[in-house]
Design a protein. Structure first.
Length: 385
C-alpha cells in the first residue's frame, strides 16, 4: 500500500472511530511532499513525506492526522502574527497535545506536554517558553540545544527536522474564495463536536472547549474600561450648578484628569511573573494617558498584605507580597476603611476564592488569570490570556 493510500485509510479509520477528528481531516487536501521532513498543515493542506509515513504504525498515523487537524481547529495557521516560527510550533504543540492524548491517541516519544499549559492558548504559552540559546560554534543551522521544560524524554523543540508530530505553517495569504478561513474552521469544529457527541472522552471535550474560547485582547479591553470610566467620572466636590437653583445637589462631570483608580493584585500564587510584567506595562501606559489623580495598588491573599499609592507622575511598580489563600472581601474593606473614593477597581486574580456579599458603589473589572468567568456576582470579567 502506498503512503498516500495509508493516509487515506487512516483518515477513514478516524471517521469511524473518532468522528470529530475524521470530519475535520476531510477538510484538508492530502499532498505528498518529499521536501518536508515529516508532515505539515496550513489550514488547507495536509502535507506528508511518504518516507516518513512508511515508518509509522497505523495507530501512530491516525494520531499524526488528529494532531495536525487540531492545529486547524484551533486557528494556529492564522495566528502566528510575526512570532518566531519554531517557538510558535512549540507553543501550538503544547496547546493541543494534552487534548490529543485525552482523546485516546498514542503520542510519539518527544511530544511536548506540560500540565501548566493545559487549556491555554498558544499565545499564552509562547510568552512563557524560554528564549533559544545562542547557537554554539559548529552547530547545525536551526539546532536547539537541550529539551524544553515539560517535554517528555528526548523531546525536540518546535518544528525541528524530524519532529514526529509535523508542523503548523502559516495559512496562504491569497484570497481564494473557496479556501477555508479561520472562522470557517471554527464553525466546522463546532459542528464536528456536535456530530461526535458521545464519542469524545470527557477530558478531550473539556480541552477542546477550552481551546475554542475566543481570544480576547485584554490590553484593549482594560484600556476601554478605564477610558470609559475616565470619560464618565463625576465629582461631588463641585456640584452641578445647573440643578442647584432647584435644590438638587448633583455631581458634575470632571473636566480635568481622571479620579482615583484602585488596582488589586491577588498574591496567592495564581499570577506568574510574565503576566504580571505584561499587566504592569499596560497599566503604566494607560495611567500615563489618563493621568488619574492617584493609583492605589493593594496586594491581597487571604488578607491585605501590602499597599502603595502612586501619583499621576509616578512610575507604577508592582511588587507583590504574601502568598497564602485567597479572599476578595479584604480589598474592598481596605478601600472603605482607608476612605479611598475610587472611580473604578481592577482586580487581577484567578477568581478562585469566596466573593464579597455585596457589590461596591464603584465599577469593578476582574482581570482573570484563569482565562474565563467563574461566576462573579458583580462587575465585568476580562480573561488575561
Amino acid at each position: 500500500m502506498s503512503a498516500t493510500d495509508r493516509v487515506i485509510a487512516a483518515r477513514a479509520a478516524l471517521i469511524l472511530d473518532q468522528p470529530f477528528f475524521g470530519v475535520l481531516a476531510l477538510q484538508l487536501t492530502l499532498v505528498s511532499d518529499t521536501t518536508c521532513e515529516t508532515a505539515w498543515t496550513n489550514g488547507r493542506t495536509l502535507g506528508f513525506n511518504p518516507a516518513f509515513v512508511d515508518t509509522l504504525t497505523a495507530e501512530q498515523l491516525t494520531a499524526l492526522i488528529a494532531h495536525e487537524v487540531l492545529h486547524c481547529a484551533c486557528g494556529h495557521p492564522w495566528r502566528r502574527d510575526g512570532r518566531d516560527p519554531d517557538r510558535w510550533n512549540q507553543a501550538c504543540d503544547y496547546a493541543i497535545n494534552s487534548v490529543v492524548r485525552d482523546a485516546g491517541f498514542i503520542l510519539p516519544d518527544g511530544a511536548l506536554m506540560d500540565a501548566a499549559y493545559d487549556g491555554r492558548h498558544a499565545e499564552y504559552i509562547f510568552d512563557r517558553l524560554p528564549q533559544p540559546k545562542p547557537q554554539q560554534p559548529g552547530a547545525q543551522p536551526g539546532a536547539q540545544p537541550g529539551a524544553q521544560p515539560g517535554a517528555q524524554p528526548g523531546a525536540q523543540p518546535g518544528a525541528q527536522p524530524g519532529n514526529p508530530q509535523g508542523e503548523v505553517r502559516d495559512a496562504p495569504a491569497d484570497t481564494d474564495p473557496d479556501a477555508l478561513s479561520e472562522s470557517d474552521w471554527k464553525e466546522i469544529t463546532t459542528q464536528a463536536q456536535a456530530m461526535a457527541r458521545g464519542t469524545l472522552t470527557a477530558g478531550a471535550t473539556r480541552g477542546i472547549d477550552a481551546l475554542k474560547r475566543p481570544i480576547v485582547d485584554w490590553r484593549s479591553a482594560l484600556r476601554r474600561f478605564l477610558q470609559s470610566i475616565a470619560m464618565a467620572d463625576y465629582t461631588w466636590t463641585r456640584p452641578n450648578t445647573r440643578y442647584l437653583a432647584s435644590g438638587l445637589f448633583l455631581p458634575s462631570m470632571r473636566s480635568d484628569a481622571c479620579g482615583t483608580i484602585v488596582v488589586a493584585i491577588d498574591t496567592s500564587g495564581s499570577i506568574d511573573t510574565v503576566l504580571l510584567s505584561q499587566f504592569e506595562s499596560e497599566l503604566r501606559s494607560i495611567v500615563d494617558e489618563l493621568k488619574p489623580r492617584s493609583v492605589h495598588v493593594i496586594y491581597c491573599d487571604s488578607s491585605v498584605c501590602g499597599a502603595a499609592e502612586f501619583g499621576p507622575d509616578d512610575s507604577i511598580d508592582l511588587v507583590p507580597c504574601g502568598g497564602g489563600g485567597t479572599r476578595f472581601a479584604p480589598v474592598f474593606d481596605h478601600v472603605d476603611s482607608e476612605q479611598i473614593d475610587p472611580v473604578a477597581l481592577v482586580y487581577m486574580t484567578d477568581l478562585d476564592g469566596p466573593m464579597p456579599d455585596a457589590a461596591p458603589a464603584y465599577p469593578v473589572l476582574w482581570a482573570s488569570t484563569a482565562g474565563y468567568d467563574r461566576g462573579v456576582p458583580f462587575g465585568e470579567v476580562i480573561p488575561l490570556v
